[in-house]
Design a binder for this molecule. Structure first.
Ligand code: SF4
Ligand code: SF4
Length: 384
């Protein structure tokens, strides 16, 4: 494979640049009296936060920097996402954590839920109890948790949230889901119309704009630009088409996603919670029970913390066909047991469909960059 430079637009911002740029916006919003709630996971129903007149801000951390501070309290062999998120709080180096009025955790994986117990020493931490099944009992329990979260927001801010406000928030969030899904589905075009590195970065970086409508318009504009350029045939090329699955990948995007595209592949699809997974199913706007609608939507996110999690395979099977995928790259963050174990099924499923599969276990350090590059180059050779 010959190395190539990614074609990134002139206004492209890396994730760190976008995160930094958001600091001042957040400060200005707080000075103007904004309510801000910190979140760590896609399972948290942000519709309720918007309905409370507040802004959700993502606190999952993707940097190696705060990990040393975290390891003073947490075991070293813990997922880097958990350590980095905690480390930012402990070292008081994340403005978004600082500006959050309180933070919402969830009982997803063991490491995260136990970390939240310690996190409460730095900021009020409210934990939603997420069931790990999808049967009727789990649905009823999760619906109660959603109601309890609404009460928490009402008590904390001294407000009352109406059903009409929740319905408005549901419509706004569904609009955002549609816009982001359409953007991600550009990856179905063949040859690939844009870099998956850019796609993933824009998706994660957009959360620092804090303007839901503005974000939708921005992403719709970029979707239209990319499609128009593709239709003019400016981007035609034939390279291996990859689907990325597994853990959230923002913390390893440079050393894996950028590298694999520079080595000559196109990342066209993301089966991840920072990809299309949460955008596939909107909240049902017609459901007369608004809490049931939210509970059903959020319980159906195919994260590996759920057991069983067959829906992930069903989505994956569909994506392999719709995106004409040649190979699957599974990224497992170190010590993430749920994704590590589930990768057994993913490999079996992908290989049975005649696609190449590569599993990369990694963390946020640069120590394995050379080794990862070698493995990625060898992986691409299997698709030549
Ligand atoms: S991987 Fe699962 S638990 Fe982790 S942030 Fe995503 S949805 Fe939440
Ligand atoms: S990547 Fe895995 S271990 Fe890390 S927070 Fe998500 S589910 Fe937990």
């Amino acid at each position: 494979m010959t190395a190539s430079t990614l074609h990134l637009p002139t206004d492209f911002e890396t994730y760190s640049e976008a995160r930094r740029a958001g600091f001042l916006r957040m400060k200005a919003l707080k000075e103007a009296g904004a309510r801000v709630v910190g979140i760590f996971c896609t399972f948290v129903p942000t519709e309720l936060i918007y309905a409370a007149g507040a802004l959700p801000v993502g606190l999952c951390a993707y940097s190696e920097e705060p990990i040393a501070a975290a390891e003073a309290d947490l075991p070293r062999n813990l997922c880097p996402l958990i350590k980095a998120s905690y480390g930012f709080a402990r070292s008081d180096t994340c403005p978004y954590f600082y500006f959050s009025d309180f933070v919402v955790g969830e009982t997803t994986c063991d490491g995260k839920k136990k970390m939240f117990e310690l996190l409460g020493r730095y900021k009020e931490t409210y934990v939603m109890q997420l069931p790990h099944r999808r049967d009727d009992a789990a649905l009823a329990f999760w619906r109660e948790q959603i109601l309890a979260f609404q009460r928490k927001l009402e008590d904390f801010y001294g407000i009352s949230i109406s059903e009409a406000e929740i319905r408005t928030a549901i419509r706004r969030k569904n609009r955002e889901r549609r816009a982001l899904k359409a953007f991600l589905e550009l990856g179905k075009l063949n040859p690939a119309p844009m870099s998956g590195y850019e796609m993933g970065t824009r998706l994660d970086a957009g959360s620092f704009s804090f303007d839901l409508e503005g974000r939708c318009r921005e992403i719709e504009t970029r979707t239209a630009q990319v499609r128009a350029a593709w239709e003019c045939g400016k981007t035609s090329r034939r390279r291996p088409r990859l689907l990325v699955t597994g853990c959230p990948n923002a913390g390893v995007r440079e050393k894996i996603l950028r590298t694999v595209e520079e080595l000559g592949a196109d990342v066209v699809a993301f089966d991840t919670c920072n990809g299309i997974r949460e955008k596939l199913l909107p909240v049902d706007e017609e459901n007369p029970d608004v809490y049931d609608a939210l509970a059903r939507k959020y319980l159906d996110i195919h994260c590996s913390v759920m057991s069983p999690n067959d829906g992930r395979l069903a989505d994956l099977g569909q994506m392999l066909e719709e995106y004409a995928v040649d190979g699957v790259l599974e990224i497992v963050l170190q010590s993430c047991h749920t994704y590590a174990v589930e990768s057994f099924w993913i490999r079996q499923f992908v290989e049975a469909r005649g696609r190449s599969y590569l599993n990369l276990e990694t963390d946020y350090s640069q120590a394995d960059t050379g080794q990862l590059t070698t493995r990625l180059a060898a992986f691409l050779e299997t698709m030549e």
